[in-house]
Design a protein around this ligand. Structure first.
Ligand code: AMP
Length: 499
């Protein structure tokens, strides 16, 4: 299957060729013909599968094929919604907005627009990106220029609608990108308000990595006779990522990371930590150690985040330290390493994190620095992956015996007390109530209270949660696969099995 077989125009074919794509990814091969045919599409695909091009390419083609001229302006395809906002007179100027892409985060929105520009190189289509956390001026200027494609996060878009700065009554194509993330982040009400502002007759595309009940409900109300596209589970996509665990005492993680960078084991990496403060502290510490590093997290201004990301993409800094939310959906070409400085408290987030590397068939490397206190989280991750991740002890970083024993004791007594397993929503006995340990940055910064993970019976990751932990991860005795012969290594391996 080639891009030409999909029915794309020569200029778009040249644009994908210029990007070095030789053949469409599965989501592109399946979705593009349906989008070009004007159908609604429900696609189960996540970041890293080429999903952005799967909607941006055909949308560019549709918009170019049917552009309004001053003589024959395209009228709104249907009546605007009759909500409070839809009824107001609008003062927006310029050409009508014809395609609207809603995305969960500003970083993702910016990336989508970057693809609009990249693929539309030969026949540019005017676009604007709208997201919160920055001043209005630049966005208002972009809107005033009359963008045909608007890529937006829901909150700021509604804000601008309320200010009557943008008119959505001519939208012909709506895309919900990473719908599950948007719902996780509490955007459902905003999304529904936006839907009420759009013409009733339009083409709708919904992309989501997972299909819990809330996503299905939204899809049912939004899509008409959709073509369904389901891409291979993420678990198979991440097979191109080499995963390794470096056991380390908690208080020596920074030192180990510095060592791995200075010894050349890690050259360029996205490093995940759990908290905003942790991200900043780690970036500062690396910087003091002479390593070019920056942090992106919710406390940094949008300008700082964009600059850090640009510096990292352009190779001016080697290490980008990020929290889960800040890094969500980031697309960084050819990222060789992802480092979990701390394991995520929700097992699925591990898969999202390591999905930043090994994209589109490239090999990637995911390194996790795991201390004994994190063994339970590790077990949850391995249960989700249904495989054991190889561990390697780094010489000079053997675990401290006393500290290890103490931590292991804590882990065991904690889990013995009936602690819920993070990310799986099951307690140690597999029957307890769902509870999420810890609270990721996103839960706070988006005003969403801590919530239990959704049922994953129908998720794109498969039915992992139906599997019991004991069955999913076989306990191993003795040292790790790489000769953890010293007592500290044995202790780690034993505690892995025990936790
Ligand atoms: P996405 O899933 O949209 O975040 O895309 C992930 C990455 O895959 C991006 O860096 C794209 O540039 C890249 N990509 C998209 N389509 C293709 C393709 N057909 N062949 C190779 N790489 C691709």
């Amino acid at each position: 299957m080639s891009f030409a077989d999909l029915g794309l125009t020569p200029e778009l074919l040249r644009a994908v060729e210029a990007e070095g794509y030789t053949e469409p990814t599965p989501v592109q091969a399946q979705a593009i013909p349906h989008v070009l045919a004007g159908r609604d599409v429900l696609a189960g695909a996540q970041t890293g599968t080429g999903k952005t091009a799967a909607f941006v390419l055909p949308i560019l083609q549709l918009l170019n094929a049917n552009r309004p001229t001053p003589k024959h302006p395209i009228r709104p395809a249907g009546k605007p919604g009759r909500g409070r906002l839809g009824a107001r007179p609008l003062i927006a100027s310029g050409l009508p907005v014809r395609a609207l892409v809603l995305a969960p985060t500003r970083e993702l929105a910016l990336q989508v627009e970057e693809f609009v520009r990249t693929y539309g190189k030969e026949r540019p289509v005017r676009s604007a990106t709208i997201y919160g956390g920055v001043g209005y001026e630049a966005q208002l200027t972009a809107i005033a220029a009359g963008p045909e494609i608007v890529v937006a996060t829901p909150g700021r878009l509604l804000d601008l609608v309320e200010q009557r700065k943008i008119d959505l009554r001519s939208v012909e194509i709506l895309v919900l990108d990473e719908a599950d993330r948007m719902l996780d982040m509490g955007f459902i009400r905003d999304i529904r308000k936006i839907l009420a502002l759009l013409p009733a007759r339009r083409q709708n595309l919904l992309f989501s990595a997972t299909f819990a009940d809330d996503v299905r409900q939204l899809a049912a109300t939004l899509l008409q006779d959709p073509a369904e596209v389901q891409i291979a589970r993420r678990n198979s996509a991440i097979e191109t990522v080499r995963q390794v665990i470096f056991p380390v005492d908690k208080h020596r993680k920074k030192e180990l990371l510095t060592h791995l960078i200075q010894s050349g084991r890690i050259d360029r990496a996205l490093v995940f930590v759990r908290t905003k403060h942790g991200a900043q502290r780690l970036a500062d510490q690396l910087y003091r150690d002479g390593i070019s590093a920056a942090a992106i997290h919710g406390d940094r201004s949008q300008g700082q985040r964009v600059k850090a990301l640009d510096d990292f993409k352009e190779g001016r800094i080697a290490i980008l330290v990020a929290t889960e939310v800040a890094a969500r959906g980031l697309d960084i070409d050819g990222l060789p390493h992802v480092v979990n400085f701390e394991l995520p408290t929700v097992a699925e987030d591990y898969i999202h994190r390591i999905g930043r590397t090994g994209r589109a068939g490239m090999e990637g490397d995911a390194i996790s620095l795991v201390c004994l206190e994190e063994l339970e989280l590790l077990n949850d991750i391995e249960a989700l992956l249904r495989k054991r991740i190889k561990d390697e002890l780094v010489p000079g970083f053997e675990l401290d015996r006393r500290a290890s024993a103490e931590a292991a004791h804590q882990v065991r007594s904690y889990s013995g007390a009936g602690r819920s397993r993070a990310g799986t929503g099951r307690s140690s006995d597999g029957r307890g109530p769902r509870r999420r340990t810890g609270r990721p940055e996103g839960a706070r910064s988006h005003g969403v209270s801590t919530h239990a993970p959704r049922s994953h019976g129908s998720s794109a990751y498969g039915t992992t949660h139906a599997t019991s932990h004991a069955g999913a991860v076989r306990p191993r005795t003795g040292g790790g696969q790489t000769g953890l012969s010293a007592m500290p290594g044995e202790s780690f391996a034993r505690d892995r099995a025990a936790s």
